[in-house]
Design a protein around this ligand. Sequence first.
Ligand SMILES: O=C[C@H](O)[C@H](O)COP(=O)(O)O
Ligand SMILES: C=C(OP(=O)(O)O)C(=O)O
Length: 467
Amino acid sequence: MDGVKDGVMDGDTARDWRALSAAQQPAWPDPGALGETRAFLRSCPPLVYAAECDRLTERLAAVARGEAFLLQAGDCAETFDGVGVDQIDNKLRTILQMAAVLTYAASVPVVKLGRMAGQYAKPRSSAVETRDGVALPSYRGDAVNGLAFTEASRRPDPRRLRQMYHASAATLNLVRAFTTGGYADLRRVHAWNRDFVALSPAGERYERLAREIDSALAFMRSCGTLPTELETVEFYASHEALLLDYEDALTREDSRTGHLYDVSAHMVWIGERTRRLDGAHVAFAAGIRNPIGVKLGPSTTTDDVLALIDRLDPERRPGRLTFITRMGAERITDVLPGLVEKVTASGAQPVWTCDPMHGNTYESASGFKTRQFSRIMEEIKGFFEVHHQLGTHPGGIHVELTGDDVTECVGGANAIGDEDLRTRYETACDPRLNRSQSLELAFLIAEMYRARRRDARGSARPAEERR
Ligand SMILES: O=C[C@H](O)[C@H](O)COP(=O)(O)O
Ligand SMILES: C=C(OP(=O)(O)O)C(=O)O
């Protein structure tokens, strides 16, 4: 592989993290099978290349400077059964459609980063799930155990890590084919958006924006300057680096530089439940060169954030660190300003992005874990407001979505209600936006940009003109 030596991990950084406590790891029942799986993974070809990870770091540096926007999106928990052309195609299309709207609205390039091709492991609030008096290990993602509520299915099986590798490889292969083979041409993506606007109950509201994008594309075409880049899309893969046995076995030394890269994904992130400074996940991430995300929940302190920066990005490398805040609609405007102010004052310039999903989960009256579309939008608005007030860049959004027509989150233009949840509740873990809710979210963010521009123009006009 270009510049990367295979199978050299289990060196220094591996020793570093193994000495520390690793939260949320499965109780693998068979150490022999785990050892064999790790040996197999160490012999596998990388899923991504070090140079691609570096390119993503550069793109994220542009986001941190306010010159680009990050759209990170995909499943809560990918499943091995979900590795089908239609499901991957639908998800990818949805992300590309959102990106097209956001690019036009934000007037900057959108960095497209899937929660895809590796999002097979989940941290859980409880190690055990109880149903009708029967207690079994919680489902921790297809990489660990099965969703079916039986003893056999819920037993962690390290051989599943091989399947995780193969499912990730198959997904990435398809994504690469779709995004470079002409299928993702911007004109085609915009035509899909046109269909959405025509069919959505809120379509009229989005019609004007869709027409403006039509005109922009027509203008570029008539100038004869429609660049060939519109036919291909740069798309990156990310997942939570939760299962350290897997991530470590897929870490390789880049022979160009001697740096270690986790070649399971371009970017990996550390979750809210595993970001302890003295924990194994932070130590592992500190040892690799990929861009790193860290989830920040509402209990995050300024000291936590400053210490994470020192530990994960001591060189202050532009694009290295992305803070994914997930405060909840109620807390965002209280908690975020202090963190952003102190980080900015320290001279660090991470990417700030908003996960409006994880702080807004609740159980519906009908007994389903759900999220309300309006609360999701509220958190995004709060995030933008905080950054605008502080003069910092609201760098992006991080959302759980599917391209399928599920009913998992309530609200949106199709007014999914509590009683609708049972119709197509298909997630293996947390509730996702469906295709139409995802596109609506992108159009609503576009409206926020438009309103802000209008306000800025208004306040720039001389006072007598505004009167
Ligand atoms: O996606 C995030 C977590 O894995 C998920 O929210 C945990 O869900 P739980 O609280 O039902 O365990
Ligand atoms: C577990 C997740 O989120 P968090 O760590 O923010 O709870 C996730 O994004 O899948």
